[in-house]
Design a protein. Sequence first.
Length: 347
Amino acid sequence: MPIKSLIRFIQIINEILKLKYFPNEWNVATIVPIIKPVKNPQDPSSYRPISLLSALGKIAEAIILNRIEDTIDDQLIPYLFGFRKNLSMIQQLLRITEFVREGMDEDWDTREVFLDIAKAFDRVWTDDLLYKLIVLRIPGSTYLRGRRFAVRVESNLSCERAIAAGVVQGSKVGPKMFNIYINDIPSPRNFQTRLCLFADDTAIMSAGASNNITKALNSYLDLLGKWMISWKIKIKSDKCQAVYFSRRRNTPEYPKLYRRAIPWSDSTKYLGVILDKRLTYKNHIENNRQKVNAIKAILYPLIGRKSNLSLSNKLLLYKSLVRPVMSYASPLWGAAAKSHIKKLESA
């Protein structure tokens, strides 16, 4: 970008921040539908919508994002880890597993419910989000209101339509807006119950004596259910899971959400890691081994013995494509039994 144009753009950004006005031309998104793997192309739900935004608008959003982060990071709840500085998925997973391990060491029961939120980012109601921004003293009306989209299929472009709900898909500010929307989620009322949030991945866990733990968990689920109804957040009840982390073989009563029982599962996948009820990580390591073998099979013509590719390039492919899959979340499962680790090492 020429110096004069850059200076002019900076002046425009300063005016936007000063007047609290976001240009209408930057509020239009072009949606490109991408077919999901092994899906019916005749079914609209088989496509993943990719939102393309104005390049200048995204630069402006990056500046706005810095202002927002400086304003609200200290006001966000401490157990919300998604899209925040110095917090990661691994840290949230460590928080969960340490809580479970402590319970096992104390001979407590630990019961955890994993919720599946339906289209979380698309169902954020604009008026509700604006209200929460006002509470935090953040102006956002011209940025969130009046947003439009058009769908592009090959060279064909549809007419524009208004967007009534959802954070801005494909934007830098969108994930932060979602954090603001769920920031007033009810806090657990006792030390037995803890809440774990990473974007729309929600887990509630309780630990303690067997006769009290389900009561504490259900008490919080009732409170959470009322909050979700108030803010139009929908849960896929049939996809929610509960795991009873314990060395015991007895099966306690099911936790309930909206008076529907959530059956116990032997394991669940949370933030890319399969957590089994005894935290052996056997299923996770086996799943990783299968993924690594599948990637190696695809790359074999390039990294096999008969390949003419140099050793340094083979090593680069391994470090870029194989090792990240193999080592993901290793701080969690690194202490698993040696028999499980050897399976992954031999892959």
